[in-house]
Design a protein around this ligand. Structure first.
Ligand code: MD3
Ligand code: FE
Length: 206
């Protein structure tokens, strides 16, 4: 496999880390989406996110007029979120370990689905209780340009191409950097067709 690439003091890109697991991962995603379908969340300000989301794990990230938060039940179905599949936990922990974060215990996995033309604006992830835990992200399907900013919204942004099978681990001093995804270009991925799916593993609660 290609060598890991440092993109910050505490952020590591692991190209093709998931290559051997892609089919297992896609099957697990299908099972999750059958129980917790993709939906477009509303922001506290009343706008609709263009990205479609779902969750698995003990907690799921949710947004509506009441705010951004982690919730233990899917408001769409009233049911608990689907459990974290074993292959998710194993690969997220293996990646975290490779980046120097021992015993990462994710209790939340946010799934994001991007169709061509969809983007995610610059933001910080600060809804988690323990900001010392890293975030691990899996990229699948169409490629995207990851926007990697600094600690202030106005800081210069670097573009990093994320491809199918790539994993990134973000922790420590890089945990609160602004980041986003540029508009996804059209295309056809052999396994996922015209979409990009990103999974982010988090420790939402202490
Ligand atoms: C850097 N997702 O769900 S993953 C998000 O590709 C999110 O769907 C993007 O940003 C996506 O919040 C980017 C990479 C990522 C996730 C969390 C981070 C990078 C991060 C938290 C802190 C710093
Ligand atoms: Fe984010």
């Amino acid at each position: 496999a290609p060598e890991p690439i440092s993109i910050g003091a505490d952020a590591l890109l692991l190209p093709q880390f998931l290559s051997a697991y892609e089919q297992q991962l896609v099957r697990a995603i299908d099972t999750i989406i059958a129980r917790a379908p993709w939906r477009q969340l509303t922001t506290p300000g009343g706008r609709k996110l263009s990205v479609r989301t779902s969750n698995c794990g003990k907690y799921g990230w949710y947004s509506d007029r009441a705010g951004y938060r982690y919730v233990a039940c899917d408001p769409l179905t009233g049911q608990a979120w689907p459990q974290l599949p074993q292959v998710f936990v194993e690969q997220a922990q293996a990646a975290a370990e490779e980046a120097g974060f021992a015993d990462f215990q994710p209790d939340a996995c946010l799934l994001n689905c991007y169709q061509p033309g969809v983007k995610m604006g610059l933001h910080q992830d600060c809804d988690e209780e323990d900001l010392s835990a890293p975030i691990v992200s899996f990229s699948l399907g169409l490629p995207a340009q990851f926007l990697w900013g600094g600690w202030q919204r106005s800081d210069k942004v670097q573009r990093i191409r994320l491809q199918h099978g790539d994993v990134v681990v973000w922790g420590g001093e890089d945990r609160l950097r602004f980041h986003g995804i540029a508009k996804v270009a059209g295309g056809n991925h052999p396994l996922l067709g015209g979409q990009r799916i990103n999974l982010t593993f988090r420790q939402a609660k202490r």
